[in-house]
Structure formats: C-alpha cells, structure tokens
Write a protein that binds this ligand. Structure first.
Ligand code: SF4
Length: 282
C-alpha cells in the first residue's frame, strides 16, 4: 500500500520508482513488461517535480514514456493540490492518453483522480447564440444554411457535451461560427449558471480535474490571451499548475506561430491594398 499524503520528499521518488518496478502495482496491469528505462524516466520526472526544476527527456520508442510522466505528475498534483497540464501536438497522442494510458492509471494508482480534455471555446455550441440565430434565421441564412441550423438545434437537445467532436457530420462553418461559444459575446453575468451551457459545463469539469490534456496550439493561444492572463494568477493556465510537453519537438514552431509576430509578402500587400488600391486610385 502506498501512502502519499504529507510524505513527499526523496521518498516520493522512491514510491514512483516502486510503482514501475518488476513487482510493483503497475506490474498487475495487462501486458505489463518491466522496462528499466521507463522506471528511470519516471523517477527523473518525480525528482524534477519535487525540486521544481525543468527537465528535458528524449526517450526512444517502446520506453512507455507517457505512463512514465503521467504517473508522477498525477501523484504530485494530488499531493501538492496542483493541476498537471499535459500538452501534446497530435490528436492521436491525446486519444492514446485519454483512452489507454489514463484508464490504466485509474485502475493501478492507489489514488483517485479526475482527468479532462481541454478544447478551445469555439468547439462548443452556445445555446444562447443558437436561440438568437433561430429567431433571425430568415435574415441571417440561406435556405440550406437554415436547414443546417435546424439540424444543429435538434442535435443540441441530445448531444453529450455540445462539442464539435460529438457531431456525426461536420457542420457548415458559416453556420457554426454563428452559434459557437465566443469570448467577446460570452459572459456568465448575462447567462448566469446556465445548466444547458456546454462551455460552462466543460469549464466546471476542467476546474475539478487534477490532470488536463490539451494541444500545443490551444495552450499558446491561451498563454497569449490577456483574458486568460488575468484569470490564471499564479499558474500558467490555472492557479498553481505545472506543464509537461509531450511531442515537444514541435513546441517552438507552434509557439512562434501563435504568439510570435509574422510578416509575409501576401499579408503586407493585402494590408497596403486596403489602404490604397492602385487600380481604382482610392
Ligand atoms: S455562458 Fe457563454 S457559451 Fe454559455 S450560453 Fe452564455 S454566452 Fe453561450
């Protein structure tokens, strides 16, 4: 039995090491294979978390690196009342974490924890905007668009979480942009605690989670957003959180795209043309 509360120190590293040992709790998992590199990696992650320092690891295929960082991250988050944020580049890896690795840890770790996937706000249907769009459908939409709006209205009453991934057929983007959650339109003051608001429900799940999975693009959009900066106070996205990047080789490229300044020939030309059109001389 592993006791974790109030007992964190180098002992924490040894507990993590024991979890991955040949006869430790993880050895009871289906298809478990003792991997010394995985155990070493998990211990190194635990040590870095405990000492609050950065750590870069390059692990070869087959090491089982996801479990090696998830297990210490979850245990550390619970012990220190923090949130562990795991950022990935690809949806495939997110799916592997959510549908394979996290369920294994839910069974094998001697603690209970909550995990949630964070999606961008515009992935969620906004019931308030949907209602308004339905009221002005004749003025706003063409015939096929109005039918699409009707399809979304029917889906809204049966969907599990009101997010794009729960729709069997991708919606018409023109219609979806009129009914999805939007930062500048959305205020809890006007909506209150709307029980049908999918975005508010998702936000509640995130606030209650110990482990949050998201992608690099969303992470850097949020890091660059002034609203999120006010909200997050002492952490990166949430108070007192810490971040683990998987597929970290793409971080520089994604970060510079989302928070950097870019200049392109096309962008410059279209900006100048908005100021002065040489053909019309206006
Ligand atoms: S809180 Fe925001 S997303 Fe939710 S219903 Fe209101 S406006 Fe829409």
């Amino acid at each position: 039995m592993i006791a974790l509360k109030n007992n964190i120190g180098s002992e924490f590293v040894e507990r993590v090491r024991a979890f991955f040992s040949a006869d430790g709790p993880l050895s009871k998992a289906k298809n478990f294979e003792f991997r010394p590199e995985q155990q070493e990696m998990a211990a190194a992650v635990a040590k870095a978390l405990e000492e609050e320092r950065h750590l870069v690891i390059e692990a070869g295929t087959g090491v089982g690196k996801s479990l090696a960082y998830l297990a210490p991250a979850i245990l550390f988050a619970l012990d220190r009342h923090k949130k562990a944020i795991v950022s990935t580049h690809t949806i495939n890896l997110q799916e592997q974490l959510l549908h394979k690795d996290i369920p294994i840890l839910k069974k094998m770790l001697p603690v209970e924890f909550d995990a949630a996937l964070m999606k961008g706000r515009q992935n969620y249907l906004c019931p308030r905007r949907l209602e308004r769009a339905l009221q002005s459908a004749k003025e706003l939409f063409t015939g096929p668009e109005a039918s699409e709006l009707q399809r979304l209205a029917e889906w809204a009453s049966t969907t599990r979480d009101g997010s794009l991934s729960d729709l069997s057929v991708e919606p018409d983007p023109k219609v979806w942009t009129q009914v999805c959650s939007e930062a500048h339109i959305c205020t809890q003051k006007t909506c209150g605690q709307n029980p049908r608001c999918f975005y508010q429900q998702a936000r509640k799940r995130l606030l209650a989670a110990d482990l949050i999975v998201l992608n690099h693009t969303l992470l850097f959009i949020l890091l660059g957003s002034p609203d999120a900066q006010q909200e997050r106070e002492s952490g990166f996205l949430f108070p007192n959180d810490f971040i683990i990047f998987d597929e970290a080789h793409t971080v520089e490229q994604v970060a510079s795209k989302q928070i950097g300044i870019g200049v392109s020939q096309y962008g410059l030309r279209s900006t100048i043309q908005r100021l002065y059109n040489a053909r019309t001389r206006k």
